[in-house]
Design a protein around this ligand. Structure first.
Ligand code: GDP
Ligand code: SF4
Ligand code: MG
Length: 406
């Protein structure tokens, strides 16, 4: 894996009216045609993203969108999609032709974006040094002028973005608050039929990299070899992190006082807040008969015979929570109305999506007061490993003990 995944990139989302030059601006920055440019308004239907390394800002992705003044039924759908992308933006890039007056639609969408208090860059396209008088007021924000036909001004755009570095919140690391220089960690990864050939999966790679960055020691074993190697260790690991699916076996093979958690609990903590999951457990333990569970997996992956989301979790749910529960699966939730019929939602670890996106999905579920869990906590819970697997997060651990008196 040599590329930074999209979920770790700073999202720079272009928005504005149709024909403002948004797609052209992506091509100008990319220095090659990546987005469709057309004089015919409303051409951008399936938005393009362009990833690049914008040092010292780091890995970013420019995201094109359709115009916010799009019309008709399809136009309405495109507009919804654009608004959704804008909600997930780390920086909004408002693109507007320098020579045209600022339209009421443009004013409205700018106002909506500014209410999010996220960094905003204004890019004036068709720029020849002059601005329409109605656009002067926009220059109180960071801005750049670009001529997409010649590419003049593109360095200015990059420079302004780099200057915003301190305004863009960094996603926390997987191990924030859990690790000190010189600590020793033990990772347990399954190498079974579900493991990708020849490599480790993203949360495992990220954890190893983060530990190396922090000058820690790390040893990686499979669940079957854990006991042999653990007993040979001269030091006690600060923490053992296991794949959720091996939780039960790993917990059995380790002494009771060994700190233990799972990759998906760490991932859920990195992507969102663990407290709502912990608070939802009481509803899951009284799950209604014939209740409906929604399983949310943020990406598509090739399904294996014992796939976690479609096979293992439903089976464990039937065995240990409610035998009559029924299941449905989705990759994505766009509005809270889509999920109101469900009695519970179980979310994947979200390694392929940003924290903003994960938190947004959580908020849609919470708006409907639907109990929610994630894979890691579900597996830890049904395997009787709570609160052990959350002991290292004091606030979450305390809340668990308060609610469940354990
Ligand atoms: N002269 C000039 N034409 C531009 C500029 N930016 C875009 N265009 C043209 O404006 C039209 C619409 O551009 P496009 O990038 O598709 O706009 P979008 O709808 O905002 O994505 C195309 O014909 C472009 O070639 C610019 O800076 N200068
Ligand atoms: S389904 Fe979720 S946890 Fe699994 S790989 Fe995709 S994003 Fe990551
Ligand atoms: Mg376009």
């Amino acid at each position: 894996m040599t590329q930074t995944p999209l979920s770790e990139r700073i999202k720079l989302v272009l928005f504005g009216k149709r024909n403002a030059g948004k797609s052209s601006l992506i091509n100008t920055i990319a220095e090659k045609p990546v987005a469709i440019v057309s004089a015919y308004a409303g051409t951008t239907t399936d938005p393009v993203s362009f990833p690049m390394e914008l040092l010292p800002l780091g890995p970013v992705v420019f995201v094109d969108t359709a115009g916010l003044d799009d019309e008709g039924e399809l136009g309405h759908l495109r507009k919804q999609k654009t608004l959704e992308r804008l909600r997930l933006a780390d920086v909004g890039i408002f693109v507007t032709p320098a020579h045209e007056p600022l339209s009421p639609e443009e004013k409205e969408i700018l106002g909506t974006f500014m209410k999010t208090h996220r960094p905003l860059l204004i890019v004036f396209t068709f720029y020849d040094g002059n601005l329409h008088p109605s656009k002067q007021e926009l220059t109180i924000h960071p801005w750049a002028g670009v001529d997409n036909l010649t590419g003049r001004g593109k360095e200015e755009v990059k420079k302004r973005l780099i200057e915003m570095k301190d305004l863009i919140p960094q996603e926390p690391g997987l191990l924030d608050g859990l690790v000190q220089e010189g600590d020793f960690f033990l990772l347990v990864v399954p190498i079974d039929s579900a493991a990708p050939k020849g490599r480790l999966i993203l949360p495992q790679v990220e954890t190893i990299r983060e530990l190396l960055d922090r000058n820690c020691g790390v040893m990686v074993v499979k669940a079957n070899e854990l006991k042999i190697f653990y007993n040979k260790l001269g030091i006690k690991p600060s923490l053992v992190i296991t794949d959720s699916q091996a939780f039960h076996q790993v917990a059995k093979d380790l002494p009771a006082d060994q700190k233990l958690t799972s990759f998906s609990i760490l991932m859920a903590k990195k992507k969102g807040d663990l407290l709502p999951f912990i608070e939802s457990l009481r509803y899951f333990s009284h799950f209604p008969q014939n209740g409906k569970v929604l399983i949310l997996e943020a990406c598509s992956h090739h399904r294996q015979p014992d796939d976690i989301g479609t096979v293992k979790i439903p089976r464990l749910f039937h065995e240990r929570v409610e035998p009559t529960a029924t299941f449905a699966w989705k990759k994505h939730v766009a509005s809270s109305e889509e999920i109101e019929d469900f009695h519970g939602v179980i979310m994947c670890g979200g390694c392929m999506v940003t924290r903003r996106q994960y938190e947004y999905t959580m908020s849609l579920i919470q708006q409907k007061n639907i109990p929610l869990l994630n894979y890691g906590l579900f597996l830890a819970w049904v395997n009787g490993l709570l609160p052990r697997a959350i002991e290292m997060f004091p606030e979450v651990y305390e809340r668990y003990r308060e609610l469940y008196r354990q």
